[in-house]
Design a protein around this ligand. Sequence first.
Ligand code: SF4
Ligand code: SF4
Length: 85
Amino acid sequence: MVNTGTIIYEPGSSANNKTGSWRVFKPILDKEKCVMCENCYIFCPEGCIQEKNGKFEIDYDYCKGCLICERECPVKAIKAEREEK
Ligand code: SF4
Ligand code: SF4
């Protein structure tokens, strides 16, 4: 039997596939340090960084821990912590 992995059969259904369980490292966003440059929002491949009430927040249901946001933040407002399971 072939393992179908993460193939998406229904167009537009990827929001149902929560990728947060893949994480080894968890990005933590310090809202006090954040200068709202939008780099993390633009570069996040999961589209899971959203602005809420004038601050950016990470939706951990979909963050897969790639840490691109940490690398792209110009003021080091995002730090990686090892995920607790
Ligand atoms: S770690 Fe990756 S998936 Fe998670 S918020 Fe940062 S860029 Fe997005
Ligand atoms: S990249 Fe850093 S400074 Fe820019 S919006 Fe994201 S957390 Fe804030």
